[in-house]
Design a protein around this ligand. Structure first.
Ligand SMILES: [Zn+2]
Length: 304
């Protein structure tokens, strides 16, 4: 027997709270501990000025960050009909009502048309505080319509993902949204219009497995959790310790799953640059034809 026993429990590390902006004048950065004045944080787009920790932001604020000014919102009043009359620890209908009351939104995505650095764009931003930003029938339908609107009007598409995945309270119907949105994106591709996917913390499950990874360019915010299954589930399945930084943006960029990791303060400029690059030429057809002839002519052979 040991001479002495540890009676007291070791000091437990303070539980890491969800990194969202709490109410009040001051906010403590969960990453570096810096206490930041709320208004200063708003001025830096909710990025810690000291360590560049990215606080989560809501869908409407996301649109304000990315768009030039006013935007036109679409399909605002679509809401879930609770097709399975689903009940887990409480009825899905009650969950919906509570989320609608707390967010003032009818479901977990806001779809709009606005301008990003002057470029008219069909944009959708997900709201994580609405049942974990989960994708049910309404989210699927709204995003599909946003893509179809882009095809009709010849606009590029930007979708900002922030989601726990498919909405299990809508069962298989929520899984079908993955195929539905992917199908719409294929039509967008055939129409030769660019799609930029922006992945923010967290983007997981069926959203990662469908439209979030289907961008012509996939851009993530720094240190965002991006994955399909959670790290604990994977660890238990493969019985191996996962590497440091697994499922974070930088890790995924290094392993070829993402194209860029961009600080929120530079995100708008980066998206605008990609859109300019990807948008079809809008000059009159005659001007393009002249260029094509110029290209078709063989270049003079170099003298050797
Ligand atoms: Zn910080």
């Amino acid at each position: 027997m040991a001479w002495f026993k540890k009676v007291r429990k070791p000091i437990e590390p303070q539980g890491k709270k969800e990194s969202r902006v709490p109410e009040g004048l001051w906010v403590k950065c969960p990453s570096c501990g810096e206490v930041i004045y709320n208004k200063d944080l708003a001025a830096t787009l909710n990025v810690c000025p000291k360590c560049a920790h990215h606080f989560r932001i809501g869908a409407v604020e996301r649109l304000r960050v990315l768009l030039d000014g006013d935007f036109e919102e679409f399909d605002r009043d679509l809401r879930s009909s609770d097709p399975l009359a689903f009940v887990d620890t409480k009825p899905y209908r009650k969950r919906l009502e509570a989320s609608i009351a707390s967010t003032g939104m009818k479901d977990a995505v806001v779809c709009a048309v606005g301008r990003i650095d002057g470029i008219e764009t069909s944009i959708a931003a997900m709201e994580y505080t609405f049942i974990g930003g989960s994708m049910g029938v309404v989210v699927g339908e709204k995003i599909t319509r946003a893509i179809e609107r882009a095809i009709d009007r010849r606009l590029p598409v930007v979708i900002v993902a922030s989601s726990g995945g498919a909405r299990m309270m809508e069962g298989a119907l929520s899984l079908m949204q993955m195929a539905k949105i992917s199908g719409a994106l294929a039509r967008l591709d055939r129409a030769r219009l660019p799609y930029v996917s922006v992945l923010t913390d967290p983007t997981t499950g069926g959203v990662t497995a469908s439209f979030a990874m289907l961008g012509d360019v996939n851009i993530a915010e720094p240190k965002a959790l991006i994955g399909f299954a959670g790290p604990r589930v994977i660890e238990q399945t493969i019985r191996q310790k996962l590497p440091e930084g697994f499922q974070r943006s930088e890790f995924l960029l290094e392993h070829g799953m993402l194209d860029m990791v961009v600080d929120r303060r530079e995100l708008k400029a980066a998206i605008a640059r990609v859109l300019r690059f990807g948008l079809p030429d809008r000059r009159p057809a005659a001007a393009i034809a002249v260029d094509a002839v110029a290209v078709a002519e063989p270049a003079p052979a170099a003298e050797s």
